[in-house]
Design a protein around this ligand. Structure first.
Ligand code: 76U
Length: 472
């Protein structure tokens, strides 16, 4: 059988690996009898014109993987293996439905609301921070406790100071749980709430959290918005005990929840033991006409608010650094029931973040980005007004990196999106934010993100948008 071994002279695989692979295949194809003796190393080496070392390497690997066994002073024998059910050596063709395409959107203009502006990100500054971390934080990089669920303690100290200054969040570093994304943190959080909890989310809202909660079999309802945010009357009517809200800049409508509604919600939460508010402070860093409104968490004296934040918008979404702040009694439950979980956020990223914040780079970056984004937003709105006139209404432009707009047209959302594709315009409608599809949007409402829209592309972007909505 082994006369069938063919060795190639190509340098891309070692001789011993070639011998090993071919014998392995012969064994898996049941071309050997169970317990059949293999030729001695010397015999095989001579017949293949290779060194005994190469044959030895192959036999040792087959031995390590259990394809053969050795008997002292007798040699090597083939292990008895069951037949492999299917052909192991051929890779089945990939179902075309599963194929991924890596599209390069060359010449496209993007109104996506899903990223930050990488063209002005201080990559050198970030690299310096990573460099410093790699040089001076080697213990943390190799420390077993860095894998514990809440993230590195010193990083949490930095985050808690930042939150206190910028968002009025009141917490100890102990209360912070870091994680690689808001969804992962929500999954962790869900287990801390009383059994049989009923969740409510804003409609329209962040559907990826809605889908996640559904996946966890949570009892979940959606609640429509009024001009102040999630509607109080509906909360009373539907009677959930956990609210997931985005008060700083409601996602996606951009409503900034006024203090009156915040107080109403806090009072609501204080009226029953099982009531909680998840305050997702996404997109809170950029507020244009006035300062950002401090968090609800900072006003909460009942320990009812779980604050959630992310560096996805203020830095880069690919960094995957998010966090939540747990009230102390939920922290207690977390330590008891989920203390075994491993941290999901990369340690180097955590340490670089700490350095970035502590060195003052972070606040400098935010200040700079606020100016850039504010100018971009003003120019975009001006251009939209100029091009669309009375045919557009803009809402939710007080904060964040996107706003909403409604067009006066009979065209459907789908038609407009199809046309946008032709125009090489990345565009998203409000449809993606509808949690349940029993209340589809009545008007052609779109989310216009401007994080990836440099000033010089605004005019072209708006032209493409105009053609998508009204034709040329
Ligand atoms: C995140 C809200 C309301 C948090 C969000 C997003 O995982 O921390 C939007 C879409 O980066 P993470 O999550 C941040 N809270 O909308 C991010 N939303 C995505 C990016 F924009 C997707 O699917 O429409």
């Amino acid at each position: 059988m082994l006369s069938l071994i063919h060795l190639s002279n190509q340098k891309d695989d070692y001789i011993y690996r070639q011998i090993y692979k071919q014998i392995k295949i012969e064994i898996l194809l049941n071309h050997f009898l169970p317990n059949e003796k293999l030729p001695s190393k010397r015999e095989l080496a001579e017949s293949l014109h290779v060194s005994i070392n190469s044959v030895n390497g192959a036999y040792q690997q087959l031995l390590a993987e259990g394809y053969i066994y050795s008997v002292e002073r007798s040699g090597f024998f083939v292990e008895k293996l069951e037949k492999v059910p299917t052909s192991f050596s051929t890779l089945k063709p990939l179902n075309p439905n599963l194929a991924e395409r890596s599209e390069t959107k060359k010449d496209w203009i993007s109104f996506s609301h899903m990223s930050a502006d990488r063209s002005v990100f201080p990559f050198d500054g970030w690299l310096n921070c990573e460099h410093k971390a790699l040089k001076s934080k080697r213990t943390e990089l190799n420390d077993d406790s860095s894998r514990y669920p809440q993230g590195i303690y010193s990083v949490r100290c930095t985050i808690s100071r930042l939150l206190s200054i910028t968002r009025g969040v009141k917490c100890y570093p102990e209360q912070i749980v870091i994680g690689a994304g808001t969804q992962i943190l929500i999954q962790i959080l869900c287990h801390l709430f009383p059994e049989g909890s009923k969740y409510a989310m804003e409609e329209p809202g962040y559907s990826r959290i809605y889908q996640l909660l559904k996946l966890q079999h949570a009892d979940i309802t959606s609640i429509e918005l009024d001009r102040k945010g999630i509607a109080m009357s509906e909360i009373i009517k539907q009677d959930p005990n956990i609210l997931y809200i985005t008060p700083s800049h409601q996602f996606p409508t951009g409503i900034v929840m006024p203090i009156s509604r915040r107080i109403q919600l806090l009072n609501w939460s204080s009226q029953a033991k099982n009531r909680y508010i998840i305050e997702d402070d996404y997109d809170s860093e950029f507020k244009y006409q006035s300062d950002a409104i401090p968090s609800i968490q900072g006003m909460d004296t009942f320990d009812k608010v779980i604050y959630m934040g992310t560096f996805s918008k203020s830095l880069l979404p690919g960094l995957r650094i998010s966090y939540m702040v747990l009230p102390q009694h939920l922290l207690q439950s977390f330590r008891e029931s989920e203390g075994f979980l491993m941290q999901t956020c990369n340690v180097l990223a955590q340490l670089a973040l700490q350095e970035f914040i502590d060195s003052g780079e972070y606040q400098k970056h935010i200040k700079r980005m606020k100016q850039i984004y504010s100018e971009r937003q003003t120019r975009l709105i001006k251009e939209l007004d100029r091009r669309f006139g009375k045919n557009i209404a803009i809402h939710g432009a007080n904060a964040g990196l996107h706003f909403m707009c409604t067009f006066k047209t009979e065209r459907s959302i789908e038609d407009i999106l199809n046309q946008a594709e032709q125009e090489k315009l990345e565009l998203y409608s409000i449809k993606r934010c509808y949690l349940t599809h029993d209340r589809p949007p009545k008007k052609p409402v779109f989310i216009l993100g401007f994080a990836n829209l440099p000033l010089e592309k605004i005019e072209d972007g708006v032209d493409r948008l105009y053609r998508s909505v009204f034709g040329s």
